[in-house]
Design a protein around this ligand. Structure first.
Ligand SMILES: Cc1cc2nc3c(=O)[nH]c(=O)nc-3n(C[C@H](O)[C@H](O)[C@H](O)COP(=O)(O)OP(=O)(O)OC[C@H]3O[C@@H](n4cnc5c(N)ncnc54)[C@H](O)[C@@H]3O)c2cc1C
Length: 306
């Protein structure tokens, strides 16, 4: 069944997509928003401490729900579905969503974010390997668990902080000598005595039969060793969600969407916002800002081409 009357398709219900929806409505557009997780990656953030105006921080889930409600109140249409493919023909974008409904529009904003990738080492299919500490950390509550986070970024630090309240002991292990996280995260970690940081250490394998039992690690200046763990949370890298684009569009070698100064991709009328684009700062604030700007430039595009 084909749905009509939308002038803008927005793919993604993270902070970028929902802010794009809010601004698009205020600019008089009629967007339809695809995505089945309101808030996107916000559900993985226990507390956002760096969003201006929230001095005491705000839970990621709460912020996501507020964005969702605000865009809904302003009249944005949410399908609560995903799309497998986005096509482009005769200057129109078209897709069929997971509810089997078809949509077309002359402009589209890609705000599909990115997902964490796992470590490609032996036994990487064992149970006990997780990517979301808020969602899966509680599995280890009251079990005197030893957990490990692999990575040195702010996201890795956030996982370690969340798990430090649940586990007996948390290892934070990373290959580089210096961490990539900012000073405030380093300060927060220093306050948690059950977090042991192992810099300059590479995880070269997982051990276990069905469940993970340990990590095989190789320190830069030492011999291969083992660390016993009950669960591990890799935070070592990302993969942008761009696989659904069914036509040629300019991307970086690691498949982030490249945009011009108005956030338009190499395809006229196709805009990108947030973590899915080749941005220099992947944060909630910049995702929201991108969403607002992409909506503004999509409206200008539609004005010019109508
Ligand atoms: C553990 C962790 C801690 C973090 N801490 C902070 C922090 O403290 N402060 C901060 O500013 N940032 C933090 N971040 C980063 C922040 O979460 C991201 O920068 C932000 O969520 C990016 O927003 P986005 O809208 O671009 O993408 P996302 O939030 O990833 O949303 C993308 C959305 O697109 C949807 N989608 C994907 N493919 C499809 C499809 N085919 N069809 C329909 N929908 C689709 C997804 O389901 C999702 O809803 C953290 C991230 C993590 C993982």
């Amino acid at each position: 069944m084909s749905q009509g009357s939308n002038d803008l398709l927005i793919v993604g219900t993270g902070p970028a997509g929902m802010t794009a929806a809010l601004y698009a409505r205020r600019l008089g557009l009629n967007p339809v928003v695809f995505g089945d997780v309101p808030g996107g990656n916000l559900y993985m953030i226990e507390k956002i401490n760096n969003f201006p105006g929230f001095m005491d921080g705000v839970a990621g889930t709460e912020f996501g729900i507020r964005l969702f409600q605000q865009a809904q109140i302003d009249g944005a249409q949410f399908t609560m579905s995903r799309i497998e493919k986005l096509g482009y023909e005769n200057s129109l974008f078209h897709c069929t969503d997971s509810n089997g409904l078809s949509y077309t529009a002359p402009a589209a904003i890609m705000a599909t974010g990115r997902v964490p990738v796992g470590l490609s080492v032996e036994n990487s299919n064992l149970k006990g390997i997780h990517f979301c500490s808020i969602c899966d950390g509680p599995l280890y509550r009251n079990k005197n668990a030893t957990l490990a986070v692999i990575g040195s970024t702010n996201a890795a630090a956030q996982h370690a902080l969340t798990l430090s309240k649940i586990a007996e002991k948390v290892y934070l292990i990373y290959r580089s000598v210096r961490p990539q996280m900012d000073a405030s995260h380093q300060g927060l970690l220093a306050g948690h005595k059950n977090v042991e940081i192992r810099p300059g250490t590479e995880v070269i394998g997982y051990k276990g039969l069905h469940l993970i039992e340990g990590l095989i690690v190789r320190p830069n200046n030492g011999q291969t060793d083992e660390i016993g763990v009950d669960g591990v949370f890799p935070a070592i890298g990302w993969q942008p969600n761009t696989q659904y684009l069914d036509f040629p569009v300019r991307m970086t070698p690691d498949r982030y969407l490249q945009t011009d100064s108005s956030l338009m991709t190499s395809v006229p009328g196709l805009f990108a916002a947030g973590d899915v684009r080749d941005t220099d700062l992947s944060q909630v604030l910049t995702a929201c800002a991108d969403g607002a700007r992409a909506a503004k430039y999509a409206a200008a595009f539609l004005n010019k081409h109508s």
